[in-house]
Design a protein around this ligand. Sequence first.
Ligand SMILES: [Zn+2]
Length: 367
Amino acid sequence: MSGEEEGCWSTVGRDEAQKAQILNIGTGCEMFGITSHELAHALGLFHEQSRYDRSNYVQIIKSRIAQKNFYDFAVVGMKNMDTYGQKYDIGSVMHYRPTEFSIDGGNTIVAKDISMQNTMGQFRGPSFLDVAKINRHYDCSTNCKNTIKCVNGGYQHPRNCNVCVCPPGYGGKDCTGIESSNPVKCNGILNAGEIQRKFTINMKPKSFVNGVRKCNYHIKAPAGKRIVVIVDSVIGNCVQGCYEEGVELKMYDDKTVTGARFCCKLQKPQTLISQGNTVPVMVVAGKAQAFVQLRYSYVDHPQNRSPKDGNVTSTNLNPLILEKYLDDSVDSEAIRQEFLIPTEDVNQEDFETLVRREFMDDNSIDI
Ligand SMILES: [Zn+2]
């Protein structure tokens, strides 16, 4: 690794001609998300949006890209890329930011499932699938002599053969459980009913935080039902990729893929419908505040999927069904304002009384 030249760059894969292969980490490239991105190139990963199936997941807005940069949005064909059967991951550290190479600052990449737009461009570090892909590419599983069972897309840890590496949101011995939280108490199951239930979590600003604070929940519905989640209000750090303060909801059946993230002020409540009957909800915060208010319920969807139908997303559902759950009477901005805590001068007592009064009959967590 060198920082002698400008920019952050690496060759994709091994380049024997170079002998000692240079990976350049120039000024401004020091973030873990960037260094791991470059290292992953050297280990063989292309950009996620170079996948040959990318047009199913994202749209490239050519009118916002200078012709000389078209090359940067090229697709790599099947001959030169193996996806190892993994789904396209908008939250991959190898994915471009939504405004990459934009000539006017607008989005050059737009997610087809628009609820995934804020998941794009994260710099926290490799996603679950990024790591899984490298492990698969280098056949790391051959390290283990024994075999253990891991579900929900988890896999045997190549360096600790008795434990599973679980997708974010999942934990326990075989990844059937909920990922443990930090602090431990903000964790559990939210049982959905036919009537909407409200869930509020407020992670207050803290001057000292041991690692990243992460609260994990699973919204559950009976088998065969789908879960409708309405995100009413979010307070977070509004950055591309939502990898600081914010919330992530895994609506797809494939739990290995990074879910829909929200960290910016919502203009209106966001309605999401799950494919299956479990929705992991993860709320993440560093030192700053993360606040999320959502409602959840289950529905019997008329387009209820057959077991083979794995590709139904919230974007291609009958819009009439979605409309039924849209509630314009909720003022997201009012909720946000009510809960917005400045980093200084917090009158904690008043605030807690307020939360209790407001949400006594509902699930409400104060961290
Ligand atoms: Zn790159």
